[in-house]
Design a binder for this molecule. Structure first.
Ligand code: UT7
Length: 312
């Protein structure tokens, strides 16, 4: 059986930067409150042209270039998204078309904010199984389409963006076992109810407490990968809230790891937040190709998924 690894990474950040002060002109909040409770200073909000498909394709093209591959070498496109503009059709085929992955299969995967980790794990196991050699994994989100701009508990958090990687066959196996799970009994704590209320709703405190309680699960990801937390070069939890990111990194004792804090600049971009966070560490030179990095997504479902990967 062949191994699997991440061959390249690409991201797309919408042009428009929205500050906390701008949000404080719409709802009763303040820059100080948002920074102290969430860590967020700015977030990116997409314009009409920056659709989930357009942002995803832009990130995918960069990932292909970073991997030194052309689109015709891609066997499959998996779009990890929970903010597709419509239920039908999916975004995956549109991204495949836009990048020119003419012979690829394409589908969407909705793992909420854990979608990127689920998609990487799915792609890696498909590659190891031998059915495909190169899979384009694209996480793309436009949470602004589902944001209630009058709800100060959520509009301060949500943002837009995309990140992509290529999972490819390799002599070395560089994508560790996934640890995943769910608490579907509490699916209502993060939801877009639908019908008359097609906007993002969240019981923030319940989600916060649940996220913090996942420290033992994150430790388990290291155990399954055979990497001690202090050996991690980087840790990229879902960028939901800086307090959660830091609690998870500190909680497992990742003492030597560069911790992704992209939420400060980019807000919460759901499934896109892990590749965006990984790119922020790479771009800053805080991690390098081949370094062991822990990825951990958690959110709507409730569901979570994570793995240790070697940095692309
Ligand atoms: O991506 C999916 C996963 N999502 C998450 O992991 C998010 C997890 N949750 C959170 O990040 C936090 O719970 C929030 C940032 C959403 C909220 O922070 P909190 O510290 O849990 O605040 P809270 O909900 O306990 O609210 C405390 C107070 C309330 O006022 P009262 O009832 O004490 O008078 C809220 O009304 O803060 C008030 N509040 C605000 N005040 C100023 C809520 N939002 C705001 C705001 N500005 N934007």
């Amino acid at each position: 059986m062949t191994g699997a690894r991440l061959l390249g990474l690409g991201v797309y950040r919408p042009a428009r930067l929205v500050t906390n002060d701008e949000i404080a002109q719409q709802v009763d909040t303040s820059d100080a409150w948002i920074r102290s409770r969430t860590g967020i200073a700015t977030r990116r909000i997409a314009d009409a042209e920056e659709t989930t498909a357009a942002m995803g394709a832009a990130a995918a093209e960069k990932a292909l270039a970073a991997a030194g591959l052309t689109a015709d070498s891609i066997d499959l496109v998996i779009a990890a998204t929970c903010t597709s503009p419509s239920q039908i059709p999916g975004v995956g085929p549109q991204i495949a078309y836009r990048v020119g992955a003419a012979r690829a299969g394409a589908f969407d995967l909705n793992g909420g904010c854990a979608g990127f980790s689920y998609a990487v794990s799915t792609a890696a196991d498909m590659v190891r199984g031998g059915g495909v050699r190169q899979v384009l994994v694209v996480a793309t989100e436009r949470l602004s389409d589902y944001t209630d701009w009058a709800d100060r508990s959520t509009c301060i958090l949500l943002a837009d963006g995309a990140g992509a990687t290529v999972v490819g066959a390799s002599d070395t196996d560089e994508i560790g076992p996934a640890v995943w799970g769910h608490d579907g009994s509490r699916h209502e704590v993060i939801q877009v109810p639908g019908g008359d209320d097609n906007l993002f709703r969240m019981a923030g405190q319940s989600v916060f407490r649940w996220a913090i309680s996942l420290v033992p699960t994150v430790r388990q990801i290291c155990e399954r990968a055979g990497v001690a937390p202090e050996q991690l070069a980087g840790i990229v939890p879902h960028q939901a809230n800086l307090r959660i990111v830091e609690a998870l990194a500190t909680g497992i004792g990742a003492t030597n790891a560069a911790v992704a804090r992209d939420v400060v600049d980019s807000g919460n971009t759901s499934a896109a937040s892990i590749p965006l966070g990984l790119a922020s560490l790479l771009d800053a030179g805080r991690i390098r190709r081949g370094d062991p990095v822990l990825l951990f997504g958690f959110g709507a479902g409730l569901t979570y998924c994570g793995q240790v990967v070697r940095c692309p």
